[in-house]
Design a protein around this ligand. Structure first.
Ligand code: DGL
Length: 277
């Protein structure tokens, strides 16, 4: 539970996926307070329209701001792809120009450009993230010579959310979707898991990937990027409280959330339910 005076770093996801990012934040920046919000009642976001993802995400960001967060990480690729820019450019100046919202796509892209040797990069994500073209656009901006190949994997999130990520169904869909990605280019040497749920499928993914393919570990990349951001923005670093407190909020059943969250996070937690609006 957070104390009234705390100013935690807010971490938002449509559900459980952002916990794979939070896990790395806790490892690399353990001194800070964190307030996690999973919008489980309205997950998945991956198949929803721009407007809906934006509205849901903005509502959650406002909740985290009201709870005292000076900085919010959108630990969800779909929200980063479809809502981040509007929130940063349109909403923040009106709401509170001193607060910040950061996403997960830009730091991942910065890293992938340093990893690929062939210049052929694969992106796996939800239908929403892939159709938004956010990864392709960001990569083209920073590394114009890199060619981007994308594959939507709409079954991967439900497999994870239903605890089926070690089962035979996971084998089928992981194998099929990776084959569809590599059918686009045999020269892909680096892939981005562009969805925060996918690290839970890493054993299956590795099983069907040639061993020379590098898999970008998004949680770790985001943690390093936030560390760097806080070093460069000392005013923001000072505003984020450091009592090592953690609190977990969900818009759905807190018992179910606590159980599954432990799998994503590797430690047991006690979540609370909130109502938005
Ligand atoms: N975890 C979200 C992401 O990173 C997707 C899950 C969902 O579809 O809500 O894209």
């Amino acid at each position: 539970m957070l104390s009234a005076s705390s100013a935690p770093i807010g971490v938002f996801d449509s559900g459980y996926g952002g916990l794979t990012v939070l896990k790395e934040l806790l490892q690399h920046l353990p001194q800070y307070d964190y307030l996690y919000l999973g919008d489980n009642a309205r997950t998945p976001y991956g198949t929803r329209s721009y407007q809906t993802v934006y509205e849901f995400t903005f509502e959650c960001v406002r909740y985290l701001f009201d709870a005292g967060c000076p900085l919010v990480i959108l630990a969800c690729n779909t929200a980063s792809a479809k809502a981040l820019r509007t929130i940063q450019q349109h909403d923040l100046p009106l709401l509170d120009a001193s607060k910040r919202v950061l996403g997960v796509i830009r730091p991942s892209v910065e890293q992938v450009g340093l990893l690929t040797k062939t210049g052929h990069v694969g992106v796996l994500g939800t239908t929403g993230t892939v159709n938004s073209e956010s990864y392709r656009l960001e990569i083209n901006k920073l590394f114009p010579s890199i060619q981007v190949f994308q594959q939507a994997c709409p079954m991967w999130v439900p497999l994870v959310e239903n605890g089926e990520y070690q089962g035979d169904g996971a084998d089928f869909f992981v194998k099929r979707d990776l084959a569809l990605l590599f059918a686009q280019s045999e020269k892909i040497d680096t892939i981005i898991l562009g969805c925060t749920h996918y690290p839970l499928l890493i054993n299956k993914i590795r099983q069907y990937l040639p061993s020379h393919i590098q898999v970008l570990s998004q949680g770790e990349v985001v943690a390093h990027s936030l560390k760097d951001y806080l070093q460069r923005h000392t005013e923001m670093a000072k505003r984020c409280s450091q009592f090592t407190q953690r609190q977990f909020l969900t818009t759905d059943n807190p018992e179910t959330f606590s159980q599954l969250a432990s799998l994503f996070l590797g430690q047991s937690i006690d979540a609370q339910k909130i109502s938005l609006g």
